[in-house]
Design a protein around this ligand. Structure first.
Ligand code: TMP
Length: 254
């Protein structure tokens, strides 16, 4: 969506003209978690909810939501032999492009950005799970994002024994990839991360849990609950952030 169209007036349910609400400086909400925890579904759910409240929001995913990002996604899922550093640099390149093209302009325009994966994915996957140096990854994350930290990071936490079973039972394994700004780029032969041994996924989970202890921006939610309960817990945190940014409480009653 262009900056101009984001500024456009929208029609409310009763046909009244209603301006979409923005927040000063924008709001970056990221979703993190291992494979099959339901993060893409929850990100989409939050985005839809924000729209029904009349809040100006966008929804994007990493890697993806740009031409470069989609190509990195396709490559990364297929390649078997990249070093953790090479892999990290590809994710960072895709991230830098998404920042430039989409995230920074959206935040500058006061939008809420719902982002499916961000810098913490690189720390968890290329760092904790693949053994890349965490400090180097932190530096690369900072370069790619100019140090942009999320206002809120939702971690959906689930034992990988449960989440991987969910993934393998899913008929459309990469359904999430038809999501924001993406064409379908994965196929059955591209399950590289999902096919790693259980220990790899346990390291991802432990890495995320470790990261979540360091900063109050994290909201850790157990992902073995009913979807609507997870969505309610996320919305509660997001409402609080929006109210703190002078969005009137009354809009959440609709
Ligand atoms: P997903 O978003 O559908 O889960 O697919 C993206 C895959 O890429 C997933 O296996 C996690 C992986 N990934 C990384 O390893 N590092 C990163 O920095 C990002 C953004 C994703």
């Amino acid at each position: 969506m262009t900056a101009q169209s984001q500024e456009e007036m929208d029609f409310g349910a009763e046909g009244e003209r209603m301006q979409k609400r923005t927040v000063g400086g924008g709001l970056l909400i990221t979703f993190e978690g291992g494979e099959g925890v339901g993060k893409s579904t929850q990100a989409e759910r939050l985005f839809n909810k924000l729209q029904t409240f009349g809040i100006d929001a966008i929804h994007a995913q990493e890697p993806g939501s740009s031409d470069l990002g989609n190509n990195v996604r396709r490559w990364i899922k297929r390649a078997n032999s990249s070093s953790p550093l090479a892999e990290t640099l590809l994710f960072e390149a895709a991230r830098a492009q998404l920042m430039f093209e989409t995230i920074r302009p959206a935040l500058d325009a006061g939008k809420v950005v719902v982002l499916d994966r961000y810098t913490d994915s690189t720390l968890a996957y290329q760092g904790y799970a693949r053994g890349g140096d965490l400090q180097t990854i932190g530096q690369l994350n900072n370069i790619a994002t100019a140090g942009l930290t999320p206002h809120l990071t939702v971690l959906l936490d689930l034992d990988p024994k449960v989440s991987l079973a969910r993934v393998s039972n899913k008929p459309d394994l990469f359904g999430g990839d038809t999501g924001p700004g993406n064409t379908r780029v994965d196929d059955e032969s591209q399950r590289r991360f999902e096919e790693q041994p259980l220990k790899f996924h346990q390291n991802i989970r432990n890495g995320y849990l470790e990261l979540s202890k360091r900063d109050p921006r994290w909201c850790v939610i157990k992902a073995d609950q009913a979807g609507h309960r997870i969505a309610d817990a996320i919305l509660k945190r997001v409402r609080r952030l929006l109210i703190e940014r002078e969005i009137p409480e009354s809009i959440f009653k609709s």
